[in-house]
Design a protein around this ligand. Sequence first.
Ligand SMILES: NC(=O)c1ccc[n+]([C@@H]2O[C@H](COP(=O)([O-])OP(=O)(O)OC[C@H]3O[C@@H](n4cnc5c(N)ncnc54)[C@H](O)[C@@H]3O)[C@@H](O)[C@H]2O)c1
Length: 300
Amino acid sequence: MGMLDGKVAIVTGAGRGIGREEALVLASQGAKVIVNDVGASLQGEGGDKHPAEEVVELIRAGGSDGAVNASDVSSWDGAKALVDQAIDTFGQLDILVNNAGILRDKMCFNMEESDWDDVIRVHLKGHFAPSHHAAVYWRGRAKAGEEVTGRIINTSSEAGLFGNAGQANYSSAKAGIASLTWVLARELGRYGITVNSISPRARTRMTENLFGEMAKADAGFDKFDPRNVAQLVTFLATDEAADISGQNFIVYGGDIWATGGFHPVGELHRDSMWTPEELAAAKGELFKNASSQVPPFSLS
Ligand SMILES: NC(=O)c1ccc[n+]([C@@H]2O[C@H](COP(=O)([O-])OP(=O)(O)OC[C@H]3O[C@@H](n4cnc5c(N)ncnc54)[C@H](O)[C@@H]3O)[C@@H](O)[C@H]2O)c1
């Protein structure tokens, strides 16, 4: 008995990296999986179906079922075709893991318009478009009186939560995805749908230069194996996670932080208007328990 027997999942960008492991672990718990991937380069160029086909073969070899989908998730029609394929092929959709992404890292003064537009489009619209079409489907089922246990698991990043130099486009998209997660969780909870996001760390082509030797140093437990991340995502997809929504999780190795949302770090209150001079005098009070400088990039 798997925790996801009888469920149907979509994982976007599942031909490689974290998405690949998510598709395999979801399938190992009994889910049938639509393995979406355009097979793009890290920068979002080109297309190759082979990685996604290989993942489907592995899913079938493991005893579950799957199908390839090569839609660009940032295309409105492509995202609809993706959701439709799950319903047409396996009769339903229960789980949507939005994971596909690209990188075009540059400092803000070197960034080209296309670097900004493409990264925001693939990540942010590439999360919203499949979520929209899945929400239309689930809301329709709920309104028809069916019981819905929809799951959306988004992929944010610590770059979005803390802001990473060199990633204005990517960090903005990932912060948008964190915020989108809260909005979707608020809008869709009444239909039986939970919406959460993860901010993972894992060794993939996206991070092999960043983590480099650090990721290879530990000969024991492989903390940077993307399969670690896939376990949390799979749990969030189960019925046991029905009471978790609107949350973000930093996750890597055996470490998981539930980060909640933005929190106040200081406050000022009075029943009259502040002047800039008065605020200059009061800033010490506002930041008495926290630094007024940009916070550190990550938790550890
Ligand atoms: N690896 C990390 O440590 C890390 C950290 C934070 C966030 N993330 C996020 O995790 C997700 C997966 O990243 P990864 O490290 O596995 O990268 P990856 O490059 O190995 O995999 C991304 C996959 O997305 C696919 N893809 C790209 N554009 C697409 C599109 N328009 N439609 C469909 N598929 C598309 C690519 O072909 C690729 O297979 C991304 O959203 C990334 O931003 C990763």
